[in-house]
Design a protein around this ligand. Structure first.
Ligand SMILES: [Zn+2]
Length: 284
């Protein structure tokens, strides 16, 4: 007997109905991906009158959290769902669409094999569900992960592939598609610094499971810059909603905020970029 395929229902957490003429859809894997990756872009789009929806594939069940965050929540799933709802308020998202797969955790963990894990789900199932939201929302802009998913998280890579498949099969053709990306300048400094200190940059982070060398190698090129200087305090407030994932730890002194937080970067996918870097102005 083969185990039946897990086919969860999408839960639509809607804050208002869609009336805006311009719409941005963000498609990521976990509660916090939207804020840590693109809080500034979401807020800049909102400030320019766009409606913004977030498709969140899992509830972040495998996130590492300090015990005290669980005091008022049944488990990590409930905690991170509450954090995502709070972030939706802070980012003024019109809706969060939870696909309700389970967080697959980093490679080599037993969570990879959980029958409800996003990485176990048939790609066609996930793609079909993303496509139906694309057709209902009809966004002009869509942002998702690049092929390596930023730092190689299996869920980031899975939602990348599912989103590309969804874009190909949706009736609504999204005019502008982007991947999130980042400057590798700081990463290269960290790699050099770790090597000087005799540390392994291929085993970085709290759990030693992030290969910073590969992260730098796999980063897709910056084609597009979004000015987020006007939304920095709101961006930091959105990060703080994901406190269990370190969102409250803003140690950059205020006079450097503009340098660190004043822009966010993307890789343009559709239409194909024409070379050089352009500025995406949502109010244009
Ligand atoms: Zn994530």
């Amino acid at each position: 007997m083969t185990a039946s395929v897990y086919r969860p229902q999408t839960e639509h957490y809607e804050r208002r109905s869609v009336t805006a003429a311009k719409r941005l859809l963000i498609v990521y894997a976990h509660p916090d991906d939207e804020a840590f990756g693109n809080a500034g872009i979401i807020l800049a789009a909102r400030a320019a009158g766009h409606e913004v929806h977030y498709i969140c594939a899992t509830r972040g069940e495998c996130g590492t959290v300090d015990e005290h965050f669980l005091a008022e929540h049944a488990d990590v799933r409930a905690l991170r769902t509450a954090e995502q709802i709070a972030a939706a308020e802070a980012l003024d998202l019109g809706a969060v669409h939870f696909l309700n797969y389970r967080d697959s955790n980093m490679p080599g963990t037993p969570d990879n094999q959980h029958p409800e894990a996003l990485v176990i789900a048939p790609l066609a199932d996930v793609a079909e569900r993303v496509a139906s939201i694309i057709d209902a929302f009809q966004p002009q802009y869509l942002i998702t992960f690049p092929p390596y998913g930023g730092y190689g998280h299996p869920d980031h890579i899975a939602i990348h592939h599912a989103t590309l498949a969804a874009l190909a099969q949706a009736t609504w053709q999204v005019p502008q598609v982007y991947y999130s990306t980042f400057s590798t300048t700081l990463l290269r400094i960290i790699i050099t610094g770790m090597r000087i200190l005799g540390k392994n940059p291929r085993a970085f982070g709290r759990n030693g499971d992030i290969d910073v060398v590969r992260v730098a190698e796999e980063a897709t090129p910056i084609t597009t810059i979004v000015d987020t200087r006007h939304v920095i305090p709101a961006k930091i407030a959105a990060w703080k909603c994901h406190a269990s994932q370190g969102g409250g730890m803003t140690r950059v002194p205020r006079f450097l905020w503009g340098w660190f937080y004043g822009s966010e970067t993307l890789t343009q996918v559709t239409p194909a970029p024409i070379g050089g870097r352009t500025t995406l102005r949502f109010d244009a």
